[in-house]
Design a binder for this molecule. Sequence first.
Ligand SMILES: Cc1cc2nc3c(=O)[nH]c(=O)nc-3n(C[C@H](O)[C@H](O)[C@H](O)COP(=O)(O)OP(=O)(O)OC[C@H]3O[C@@H](n4cnc5c(N)ncnc54)[C@H](O)[C@@H]3O)c2cc1C
Ligand SMILES: NC(=O)c1ccc[n+]([C@@H]2O[C@H](COP(=O)([O-])OP(=O)(O)OC[C@H]3O[C@@H](n4cnc5c(N)ncnc54)[C@H](O)[C@@H]3O)[C@@H](O)[C@H]2O)c1
Length: 454
Amino acid sequence: MKKYDVVVIGSGPGGLEAALNLKAQGKSVCVVALSRQHFGGVCLNSGCMPTKGYLKTAAIYKNAHIAGEFGLDIKPGDIDLNKIKSSVYETVNMLSEGMSNMMDGSGLDFSFGKGSLKSEKEVLVDKGNGETEILESDYIIIATGSTSARLPFADFDGTYILNSDQLLLNTDLPEKMLIIGGGAIGCEFATLYNSFGTKIKIVEAMDSLLPCEDKDVTDALKENFKSKGVSVETGTMVESLDVEDGIVKAKYKNAELVEKFDKVLISTGRIPLTAELNLDAAGIQTDKNFIVVDEYLRTTCENIYAVGDVIGGNMYAHSASYEGRVAANNILNSRSEKLDERAVPRVVFTDPEIGSTGIVKADEHVKELYVPGIMKGRPVVERADVGVMKIFVYKDSDTVAGATFFGKHATENIHQMVMAVQNKLNVKDIAATMFAHPTYAEPLADLASTVTDT
Ligand SMILES: Cc1cc2nc3c(=O)[nH]c(=O)nc-3n(C[C@H](O)[C@H](O)[C@H](O)COP(=O)(O)OP(=O)(O)OC[C@H]3O[C@@H](n4cnc5c(N)ncnc54)[C@H](O)[C@@H]3O)c2cc1C
Ligand SMILES: NC(=O)c1ccc[n+]([C@@H]2O[C@H](COP(=O)([O-])OP(=O)(O)OC[C@H]3O[C@@H](n4cnc5c(N)ncnc54)[C@H](O)[C@@H]3O)[C@@H](O)[C@H]2O)c1
């Protein structure tokens, strides 16, 4: 039986970051990965990277359509999803190869197969060919990530009713598509397929798209979608989906209406991959299947930590990596680092984009700085959509509590506010900062200067 200081189950951003940090500090580490193709996890293979590749294609196609507004005569051709998919996966495969090479040179050990707990200090790896391996370890980190949630009345068939993994591989451009769930995945795929000419309807159960974000931002997103022909129904649920003769019939809850679509994307959230981990072998508790951890990311078993999507909360690649670093530090320095999530960047790659961080709700402690329509020269000459820019400030100290942007480059510009929240910057320091002209960030100083002593 091989013995390690740490065994990590899962090879996504959370698991790999933890493993690399521990290895750099001299620990012997083995990562259990399903295969080399799973290095980088969902983010690299079926999440962040391919979606952003597709969205870039969509932006180029959209720009070709509006070229006339800029005095250019560019004629966009038809969409060939086969060609686009090849182009997207050419770059994803490059990243995947780079990741594989990096792992070869990392000094980490790998055990390929499905990992589960055999005891508090043993991981069983099922190699899938009847063989198993047992790894003994002082510490274990669980970083097995998540997969698409399904609706109780509709199984994924990969052709008509799809999850995001399946839609990324689709090469058949639908005329009409229903998207159930208006979170980050639903809104990004709506942006993508709308740009390609598909008629989109988004159905969201809560009373706004991206329900955790600021209402002015999500209302602006809804209006922007509508202006592009995307229909958005909030506070609505689908009751049944029936596939008949290559068409999906959707029936809405509390309504007689039955609508027909070529495809349906189900993007109603993610479920953690915990079912096959045999967590009982180490007495690890879960809550709605997510692994319960303390502020040091330790599970209910003393020597086992968990990071990334499998613990829920902020389900982002950068959160998973950060949590991987925190867990590694707590193994190295006997629980010395608490999770600090005050300034997690939350980004959605719609067109225009959304970027938020920290607190985005005014209350008795927090006030909101907002000047509707605030913009300067650059968005005007670039014919960009009018966005939303808000800063949230603690009333007692004028330190920045959070911010939210809806507009071009919002996913980049939000980092200025991430730094402000993380480092407890006073909003008056932002007002006194020189911003370059002409940029999308420059109205920030004007907005910051609207702060009053209340
Ligand atoms: C369509 C889509 C778009 C996204 N876009 C973004 C984005 O733009 N920005 C962003 O920050 N986040 C994005 N995300 C979220 C991001 O991908 C996840 O938050 C991130 O990948 C989570 O990292 P993780 O390490 O926790 O898990 P994962 O990335 O899920 O990695 C876990 C790995 O462990 C493997 N595994 C599972 N069980 C076992 C087992 N028993 N044994 C061995 N291996 C196992 C899995 O196969 C997987 O390879 C997106 C997600 C999706 C689905
Ligand atoms: N740009 C990014 O960083 C990015 C992009 C994509 C995904 N992600 C991450 O992936 C995770 C999963 O994304 P997601 O969009 O699937 O989940 P989500 O939890 O963000 O959104 C799911 C949405 O579906 C709605 N919903 C749930 N059940 C429903 C039903 N029966 N009918 C109608 N609506 C219903 C919810 O109210 C919610 O708004 C998120 O946590 C997100 O952070 C991030």
